[in-house]
Design a binder for this molecule. Sequence first.
Ligand code: EZ4
Ligand code: CO
Length: 402
Amino acid sequence: MKITDAKVLISSPGRNFVTLKVYTDQGIYGLGDATLNGRELAVAAYLSEHLIPCLIGRDPFQSEDIWQYFYRGAYWRRGPVTMASIGAIDIALWDIKGKALNTPVYNLLGGKSRTGVMVYGHANGRDIEETMDEVGKYAAMGYRAIRAQSGIPGILSTYGVAKDKLYYEPAEKGLPTENLWSTEKYLLHVPKLFEALRLKFGDDVHLLHDAHHRLTPIEAARLGKSLEPYRLFWLEDPTPAENQASFRLIRQHTVTPLAVGEVFNTIWDCKDLVQEQLIDFLRTTVVHAGGITHLRRCADFAALYQIRMGCHGATDLSPVCMGASLHFNLWVPNFGVQEYMRHTPETDAVFPHGYSFERGYLIPGDTPGHGVDIDETLAAKYPYRPAYLPVNRLEDGTLWHW
Ligand code: EZ4
Ligand code: CO
């Protein structure tokens, strides 16, 4: 089998997605997600200008060799743009292999290790009361794991708190907006939210929280400690992880489980965190870490240290990434949970898919490949629109973490 062509499709059904379509001489094509929130066109150009010309003529079954060729052959290794580009190709190749062998991708990895993939939803409100109502709605939909975020008294807008509840989109159209942030107010408020949630919902539901890299290590340690009575499933991104050693300090002070890695793009980003057992869950996902080929390597490494996978699954990861991630998670032995922010009906229409939600789990379905397609005619109706995540400043104007 030979790769005959590949093209990059950019579509914005409510938000921007970059999709790679790889064609073969046997009429089979594969799809990969190449979306990098707020830097979409950089990945599109990296693929079209630099990788696709080298991809044509290769055997799609040699996905390992192709991965090594693009990773090592570039000389300039790693980084989100490079790794999302390699990731898109890798996802598309696994899709082609599954279709050619008439089997779902999870069978190529080692088969089902479980019946479904436990997911967590995003409950968020302007205040504790509204967040409690939202958690109630997710519990009623059957979710077993729910992330809770609440607006903070005295802070005008809080990242992670949406206006549109079921279809929250973190990026905003146009150039980046700026939000104000106060760590002091946040640290006082969050424990109150989780105290109220445990009182109302009891112990049966897994509760999660995302600090979005806003805290220093000692502040994160304090938050983890103050949340211990409420037994979180995890506290996510307590502090930026560029300096992996920062997590030693948090770990010394708290038994609240820690999750990190949605911005990681290779195994090197988590090397010390994993080897020193400084985290409990690795958040890295298929597209941003070079596809299934490299994420599998990260997961096997994490498994040696009893760390489980908790892949990123926000709306800026396209349904193609979600499809691939679900096959990965159905197989991966050290599975923890998968994030699941629902895509809008507009997005779902552009990306017809076989996966479905059942009582708190996503089921990838048995379609050969990863089971996600693209309706190109519909996709063409939604041209690219610049959109960015907000930038955060402290109340005195200081540009803060993340
Ligand atoms: O900020 O996906 O856990 N989820 C998150 C997301 C991320 C966005 C970044 O593109 O933190 O909302
Ligand atoms: Co996050």
